[in-house]
Design a protein around this ligand. Structure first.
Ligand SMILES: Cc1cc2nc3c(=O)[nH]c(=O)nc-3n(C[C@H](O)[C@H](O)[C@H](O)COP(=O)(O)OP(=O)(O)OC[C@H]3O[C@@H](n4cnc5c(N)ncnc54)[C@H](O)[C@@H]3O)c2cc1C
Length: 239
């Protein structure tokens, strides 16, 4: 997954600044100034490519137009915990099982086979929504025990004989807010996406959530970014 942004950024060379969190975005006559923890950057335009909920946490000076501020504030981050469980063999396949399990109780627990055909037998397990918010409080050992018990019930006792169990809690993630993606939680906010897409020139926004195709996926982030970049380019070079 990490290869996609690396590939997209290759042309930027040393203009790419990593580990430079932006705190404040000043809109000034003729441009913008981004203040980060390590200094500031001035530019003619800015494209803020982060989920709406995260964008709503930035400080804008002057403040964004009220409608835009409201549109950024109607989203809530997703909540998911992802686990990868490695095994010596894909034991479920020998039993004629696919390894895909969707539990009805508890809801929002899902597992599937992510083994590579040449080896590396593994299941990936997702815990989502309210269940993720409850289970994140369990701590590593108890969460592992909960998941292992459910896998054993579904796929047999071999599910307890894993060689590695890795877990990543995305709830309240510091840099994305959470995953898989933000959702609009104010059902009256029917124009939120259009308002954010219009931005507050010279400040624009793009994120997977705002994509016309594959929103919530990496593909959506790329599509939304391309559309926003084209819009900015056309402002630089009006026909
Ligand atoms: C567990 C999990 C599994 C997923 N699996 C898949 C999958 O299999 N396939 C798929 O297509 N999608 C998957 N997704 C969804 C996918 O990760 C997102 O759709 C995608 O990352 C959204 O891209 P984005 O560029 O819009 O936002 P993000 O990926 O959130 O990128 C925003 C960037 O902004 C940076 N940032 C945040 N704050 C600041 C700041 N103040 N200053 C500077 N930079 C900042 C962040 O560090 C981050 O790099 C998954 C998500 C999760 C959580």
């Amino acid at each position: 997954m990490a290869r996609s942004p690396e590939h997209l950024a290759e042309d930027l060379g040393d203009r790419l600044r990593l580990n430079t969190p932006v705190r404040t975005i000043e809109r000034r006559l003729g441009g913008i100034r981004l203040a980060s923890t390590t200094g500031s950057i001035t530019a003619r335009m800015a494209l803020i490519a982060m989920p709406p909920m995260m964008a709503s946490k930035l400080d804008f000076a002057p403040a964004l137009p009220v409608a835009l501020e409201k549109a950024l504030g109607v989203w809530q981050s997703g909540a998911v915990i992802k686990m990868q469980v490695r095994y010596p063999t894909a034991f479920w396949r020998a039993k004629g099982l696919s390894g895909m399990v969707m539990w009805r109780d508890p809801p929002a627990l899902f597992a599937c086979d992510v083994s590579k055909d040449g080896g590396h037998p593994a299941l990936v397990v997702f815990v989502g929504g309210p269940l993720a918010l409850r289970w994140r409080e369990l701590g590593d050992a108890a969460l592992r025990a909960e998941v292992t018990a459910r896998l054993k019930e579904a796929l047999g006792t071999d599910a307890g004989s894993f060689t590695d169990f890795s877990c990543r809690d995305w709830t309240d993630d510091r840099w994305s807010g959470g995953g898989y993606s933000d959702l609009i939680i104010d059902t009256s906010a029917t124009d939120a996406e259009q308002t954010i897409l219009a931005g507050a020139p010279p400040v624009y926004f793009a994120s997977s959530e705002l994509s016309p195709s594959f929103p919530g996926y990496v593909e959506g982030a790329i599509v939304a970014g391309r559309i926003a970049a084209q819009k900015i380019l056309s402002e630089f070079n009006p026909q």
